[in-house]
Design a protein around this ligand. Structure first.
Ligand SMILES: [Zn+2]
Length: 286
């Protein structure tokens, strides 16, 4: 809604009639998320209120952090900015002016992020963005060693318990790091500025590509590679092989153990981009 005329009509109606009132039946139909006030609660308590029972009977888990200027970022100084461009009080409607680099917040890396002629976001069809979700937990070893990696042995251990990872899955690393968001120990820089958090090993990504035909990987840290990597083997394997990676995911604990969960990589069709901010949603019981 951006026409001043529409804004004028709507604000006059609200001044005259108040906010539109839904009947109780319509309120229920509008979904339990809005009925429970989750749209607002998610700012205050994203982890506790992450899961909402949709009206179709499946659970929706939000794997995204709130996007804002105070998020931890890979390169200091690349935090987004936002300012009020127009306000309801002064202009009749509300629009903000944002600036952000593509690779901040919960976001995806597509091949063009690392490869000069690599595929961009808009090259990917919707069918590649809806996948089975698998979560592999390495929180125990990450608690011992911030530079820990998700290795082939972790995949094999997961499969021994849960069965083979389905073709076309997105495989997430749950290192327990999301509980540190948005504090400084999420980025976890040492005195020299080196970052320390877990990531995928390049061998693990290559194994998943060769043996399980994955659509992508995801991490709950700032980078697909561990923070201390100088060779970026996981990025190299992901981008070099034409798949995508998701960084800074949230709430993987809630997804763990769910059978046949589906993940939706809700990235806008950023033209010519090597990635960008993404709403990542998991459906459980769908
Ligand atoms: Zn990125």
């Amino acid at each position: 809604m951006c026409s001043p005329e529409i804004a004028k009509v709507v604000s006059e109606r609200i001044a005259r009639e108040g906010r539109p009132q839904l009947s109780r039946r319509n309120l229920l139909k509008a979904g339990s998320a809005s009925a429970l006030g989750l749209a607002f609660a998610s700012f205050a308590a994203p982890a506790r209120r992450a899961a909402a029972q949709g009206e179709a009977g499946f659970e929706v888990i939000d794997l995204s952090h709130v996007f804002g200027p105070d998020m931890p970022v890979y390169t200091l100084g690349e935090e987004p900015t936002r300012e009020t461009y127009l306000s309801v009080e002064e202009n009749g409607y509300f629009i903000q002016y944002w600036t952000f680099y593509e690779h901040v917040g919960t976001h995806c890396d597509f091949p063009a992020h690392f490869i000069a002629d690599g595929e961009t976001v808009d090259n990917f069809g919707a069918g590649q963005l809806v996948s089975r979700a698998v979560v592999i937990n390495i929180a125990a070893k990450a608690a011992e060693n911030a530079d820990a990696m998700l290795e082939v042995a972790d995949i094999e251990a997961w499969e021994a318990e849960h069965g083979e990872i389905p073709t076309g899955a997105v495989v997430f690393m749950n290192s327990g790091w999301a509980s540190r968001w948005p504090n400084e120990d999420f980025r976890n820089a040492d005195a020299e500025g080196g970052q320390h958090y877990p990531g995928f090993s390049g061998e693990a990504v290559t194994w998943l590509l060769e043996n399980r035909g994955i659509n992508g990987i995801g991490v709950d840290t700032l980078s697909l590679d561990p923070g201390n990597s100088a060779t970026f083997d996981a990025h190299y394997a992901v981008c070099g092989n034409g798949i995508y990676g998701v960084e800074n995911t949230a709430n993987l604990d809630a997804l763990e153990g769910a059978d046949n969960a589906i993940v939706i990589i809700g990235i806008p069709r950023w033209e010519g981009s090597g990635g960008g901010p993404t709403r990542v949603l998991a459906l459980v019981g769908a």
